[in-house]
Design a protein around this ligand. Structure first.
Ligand SMILES: *[C@@H]1O[C@H](CO)[C@@H](O)[C@H](O)[C@H]1NC(C)=O
Ligand SMILES: *[C@@H]1O[C@H](CO)[C@@H](O)[C@H](O)[C@H]1NC(C)=O
Length: 408
């Protein structure tokens, strides 16, 4: 029988949060140095969450407007990741207060059911915190391009002597290695071979004594592979790539035909770089990291307003799509049927498609795509809705529709 408290788990959790935060701090420092080498000062010692929070606030004050927004978001997401990690610990199987010893084979032994539910919640929260960490890194400017695969390359740091608690921290370690090289650290100074590929043994059950191994590797320019290209579905390893620049986007540079694939069919969106150049760039980046098949775990439509719009969100762990509303070219005064725009006057990741011509919105929404054939969206807007409490509430789909994205 389990004891009432579980100190080792709590200590593990706290250590994990601490290691994550320090990793992220180092990673962010490298990133800021990369974008603005002159403004950086030696950072104060970061030993607690409060120190890290103060450091972020300090950076936010000195940062340009865009970086300040990114830092603010990162701080919020770190908080969220920390909460999720704590939740993962608290969700461990509760002590069996009233075991049912009298009927060990009794089908609905409440203690067993509670333990299973607790364990499932723990696993779910663990995956959620991992996703939140990758998301935080992506917002800070480090795209982790994570996926199941064992990417090859020249090993720089061996996993047998370098372990991290999560794939996200392995990605952060790779970014920190690259930043160290760029600052002139490592053996060969700025000419050092820097990490651009990380490989983490994430599946604890299958990794055995390799669990947590974090390999930092280098793939040669021109031979770079992403996890999806390596075809590692089902691998116990999680890999990813940290690119020093945007060279990997080159094959997507001129592509404008975005396909959203739903279970009920596909919608073709023509991207409009003239109206929203940065949004189109970010969408291309996301599709590049999704790889062939374009599996986007958080992409979905959730809202339908007949005679008005269909609304959804474009989101995927490790790839955050959002751009500022301004500066961007002036938008169309009348938003035609089929125009795809970021929702709420923001820069994403929530978006909507106009079902009718809409004069009222004017310039306030940033539009980045156009759907010519609206047949499928006309069907979707008529799909069953959740009941509403009040007439004027938003209308939500009874069943949200997940979609994948590819670009041609
Ligand atoms: C890096 O390589 C270049 C070209 O080989 C060389 O000129 C330069 O001195 C090297 N820098 C360092 C710090 O070793
Ligand atoms: C998206 O891709 C994944 C992986 O291939 C697949 O399992 C899923 O069914 C796809 N979703 C849709 C709506 O096609």
């Amino acid at each position: 029988m389990r004891g009432r408290s579980n100190p080792p788990a709590t200590i593990r959790g706290v250590t994990l949060v601490w290691v994550v935060m320090i990793g992220l701090a180092l990673c962010l420092l490298g990133f800021l140095y990369y974008i603005n080498p002159k403004s950086i000062e030696p950072p104060p010692r970061v030993e607690t969450l409060t120190d890290l929070s103060n450091l972020l606030i300090r950076w936010e004050k000195h940062a340009s407007e865009d970086s300040a927004v990114a830092l603010g978001k990162l701080a919020a997401q770190l908080d969220r990741a920390g909460e999720l990690l704590e939740a993962a610990d608290h969700a461990r199987p509760p002590p069996a207060a009233s075991p049912c010893p009298s009927c060990p084979s009794c089908p609905a032994c409440p203690a067993t059911t509670a333990s299973l539910a607790g364990a499932a919640a723990g696993a779910g929260a663990g995956a959620a915190s991992e996703a939140a960490l990758l998301h935080a890194l992506a917002t800070a400017g480090v795209q982790c391009h994570a996926g199941p695969a064992e990417l090859w390359g020249e090993p720089l740091v061996w996993g047998s002597v370098h372990r991290t608690p999560s794939a996200a921290e392995c990605c952060a370690a790779c970014a920190a290695h690259a930043a160290a090289a760029a600052r002139g650290g490592l053996e060969e100074g700025v000419n050092s071979t820097a990490c651009n590929t990380w490989v983490h043994c994430s599946d604890k059950a299958r990794c055995g004594d390799k669990a947590g191994e974090c390999w930092l590797k280098h793939q040669k320019a021109g031979e770079m592979q992403l996890p999806a290209q390596r075809g590692g579905a089902g691998s116990m390893w999680t890999s990813g790539v940290v690119y020093p620049g945007d060279a990997f986007l080159a094959p997507y540079d001129k592509k404008v035909s975005l396909t959203l694939t739903f279970e009920v069919g596909a919608v073709q969106v023509t991207l409009l770089p003239d109206l929203a150049p940065t949004s189109v760039r970010e969408l291309r980046r996301l599709v590049a990291l999704l790889g062939p098949g374009g599996h986007c775990t958080g992409c979905r439509l959730y809202r339908v307003e007949p005679h008005f719009l269909v609304q959804g969100v474009i989101s995927h762990p490790g790839g955050y799509v959002a751009t500022p509303r301004n500066p961007n070219p002036p938008q169309k005064k009348i938003m035609e049927r089929g125009l795809v725009c970021w929702a709420g006057g923001m820069g994403g990741p929530d978006f909507f498609v106009n079902i009718v011509d809409n004069a009222g919105f004017g310039d306030s929404h940033l539009c980045w795509g156009k759907v010519d054939d609206m047949a499928l969206l006309d069907k979707i807007v008529a799909m069953p809705q959740k009941p509403k409490a009040k007439q004027n509430d938003m209308t939500f789909l009874q069943h949200e529709l997940q979609f994948n994205m590819t670009l041609a």
